[in-house]
Design a protein around this ligand. Sequence first.
Ligand code: FES
Ligand code: FES
Length: 156
Amino acid sequence: MAQHTIHVTINGTAHEATVESRLLLVHFLRDVLGLTGTHIGCDTTHCGACTVLLDGEPVKSCTVLAVQADRKQVKTVEGLAENGNLHPIQQGFWEEHGLQCGFCTPGMMMTSYALLQRNPNPSEAEIRQAISGNLCRCTGYVNIVKAVQHAAANLK
Ligand code: FES
Ligand code: FES
């Protein structure tokens, strides 16, 4: 299997690694770098638990090869909090109880982060559309939407 040396900046830290062509970004993050906040929730690219930002765009890291992140910026859930303080999105999920099992939460938060970057004042419909690629199997999304609204208000 061919090997490639890649250079990826993850949450502001530069990494160099030699990886197989077939290695998925999610496995690079979890198994090589130990960033296990990014979850794997399905085998079919539908759950969104693995969502990270690649050069600012939310992607399902189970469908991106690690080599595709070469010379790019990756942001994972571990990159949200700063100086020990929760990011307003994390605070929103905390305050509004935007989770039940919590397995989907990292992906949900990364999608919400990307949404609020491009649209700081989303309507409920826009929030629901933005997170439609992130499945939560145990809630009705009501508190998740409230969590994103809470974050939007606090980011103003
Ligand atoms: S693990 Fe990537 S979409 Fe489910
Ligand atoms: S809280 Fe999202 S799947 Fe349970």
